[in-house]
Write a protein that binds this ligand. Structure first.
Ligand SMILES: NC(=O)c1ccc[n+]([C@@H]2O[C@H](COP(=O)([O-])OP(=O)(O)OC[C@H]3O[C@@H](n4cnc5c(N)ncnc54)[C@H](OP(=O)(O)O)[C@@H]3O)[C@@H](O)[C@H]2O)c1
Length: 428
């Protein structure tokens, strides 16, 4: 089955990483960002409820995906709901069943689950068995789970037990929601997200580097949500020197549930060569004593430059890049054991936040599974701060838009790569 690009675009009110009403502080929500309500009691209505439940553990369940489950009785009344607990806690289905007070209410009922129930017994009993042996009659699933231990086996178990199984409700939106997990399972590597804000004429900063914020406050609030969505946030050294970015999570609707692990990349050693005042600002505003961060620089840079200015940053992990091939080596390093140790779990995803040279490196090397691009109605002209990959239209990298939204006067376009479209989004 093929999907036209147009078929991929999400319904109104939904971004690439969730419904706007669950992401933005409510005073940032403009009417056009609200969803058209689903018809009450429909499969989409209940799947939306299951998704909303899973959103409460946004950024907390890795390496498990954040799954939601709602149990509904034969008369269409909600019985209970559950969500994946913090790793290695219970899965969503188990949490929902544990909250049932009257098991008779399950007879002839329906379970709505945002990802195929697991078929294997690990730390938790198999969710497929739980459902298969319950009096629930129908199971509605957003999409199949590619985990080799599951991969359709959960669905088979349910059908073998005589259950009525429906697959594919809100499948695109929930595929995007689980993209970090799905990329790791299907492509066997971390997901690479690229995020930037640009002027209408494609500048990420003006040529004097003086412009810190191009996008408006709603776009910046969404950027903070994205930092919560991905494991690592990576920026180039010049951005540290120009902006002293805090790279933390502020201004989201939901409580902040943990900060991403920042990774800084300094291929020329410019951080080591800054005047003392700039290094002091970088230390106090970005690297910050007590904050876990990673700094990656070539071995040659680390060998040559004194590191005394970094004293006091006991949680900073400095990693040497063996050569200069940039993007592929960086991906190897961030998938490696030191970063896993600093994060406390295997890395499933990284968001590259700029600047233009760092983004250019990744795009030129063919990285970029999902793109979050904010375009602001500003024209600066200039040529230094652009993504510059120098391809003809014939050779151009083609992306597929999944969501396009106006955030105040900015336009946010969210796109996936051809590989992600074909290997992860296609209905299984
Ligand atoms: N609008 C946005 O979304 C956004 C986001 C982040 C940053 N910014 C802006 O972007 C500006 C900084 O961006 P930037 O592009 O100059 O630097 P950057 O990507 O932040 O940092 C890249 C650093 O790596 C060095 N480098 C050396 N060889 C490289 C190579 N082959 N590929 C990539 N980098 C290499 C660069 O040195 P050389 O410069 O000497 O080559 C630079 O020091 C700041 O003004 C910041 O405000 C905008």
């Amino acid at each position: 089955m093929t999907l036209d690009s147009y078929d991929l675009i999400f319904a109104r009110g939904i971004s690439a990483t969730g419904p706007w009403e669950q992401i933005l502080p409510h005073d940032f929500l403009q009417p056009h960002l609200l969803r058209t309500p689903e018809s009450e009691g429909s499969d989409r209505f209940w799947m939306m409820e299951a998704w909303t439940e899973s959103l409460k553990h946004h950024g907390l369940t890795q390496p498990n995906p954040a799954v939601g489950c709602v149990l509904v009785d034969a008369f269409g009344k909600e019985i209970s709901r559950g969500l994946t607990q913090l790793f290695p806690g219970a899965h969503a289905e188990k949490t929902a069943f544990d909250r049932v007070t009257n098991s008779n209410s399950l007879v002839g009922g329906t379970a709505y689950v945002t990802l195929e129930p697991c078929a294997h017994t690990g730390r938790n009993a198999s969710c497929a068995d739980l459902l298969a042996t319950s009096p629930i009659r129908r199971i509605v699933i957003a999409r199949a789970d590619p985990n080799p231990l599951v991969q359709g086996k959960g669905i088979q178990k349910l059908r073998a037990a005589g259950k009525d199984v429906t697959i594919g409700i809100l499948s695109r939106e929930l595929t995007a929601w689980n993209l970090n997990f799905l990329t790791q399972q299907i492509l066997k590597r971390p997901l690479v997200a690229l995020k930037w804000a640009q002027t209408l004429d494609g500048q990420l900063a003006d040529d004097s580097m003086s412009s810190q914020w191009i996008s408006g406050r709603t776009s910046r609030s969404y950027s903070h949500w994205l930092r919560q969505h991905y494991d690592l946030v990576l920026v180039g050294a010049q951005t540290l020197v120009s902006d002293f970015p805090q790279l933390d999570i502020r201004d989201c609707f939901r409580p902040h549930q943990g900060q991403p692990l920042p990774v800084f990349f300094d291929p020329k050693g410019i951080l080591f060569q800054q005047p003392k005042e700039i290094q002091t600002q970088i230390k106090s505003r970005t690297l910050k004593p007590g904050r876990k961060c990673i700094l990656i620089a070539p071995l040659s840079v680390l060998d040559k430059n004194p590191r005394s200015w970094l004293h006091g940053l006991s949680d900073l992990v400095i990693l040497a890049q063996p050569g200069h091939s940039l993007a592929p080596e960086l991906i190897d390093i961030i998938s490696g054991p030191e970063v896993e140790k600093a994060l406390g779990r295997p890395v499933q995803s990284v968001m590259i936040e700029g600047g233009s040279k760092t983004l250019t490196q990744f795009i030129s090397a063919g990285y970029g599974d999902i793109f979050h691009c904010f375009a602001a109605p500003i024209l600066t002209g200039g040529e230094k701060n652009r993504i510059s990959i120098k391809k003809t239209l014939n050779q151009a990298t083609r992306l597929h838009t999944i969501a396009s939204n106006q955030l105040e006067s900015d336009i946010l376009i969210e796109m996936i790569s051809e590989e992600v479209k074909n290997r992860i989004f296609l209905p299984s």
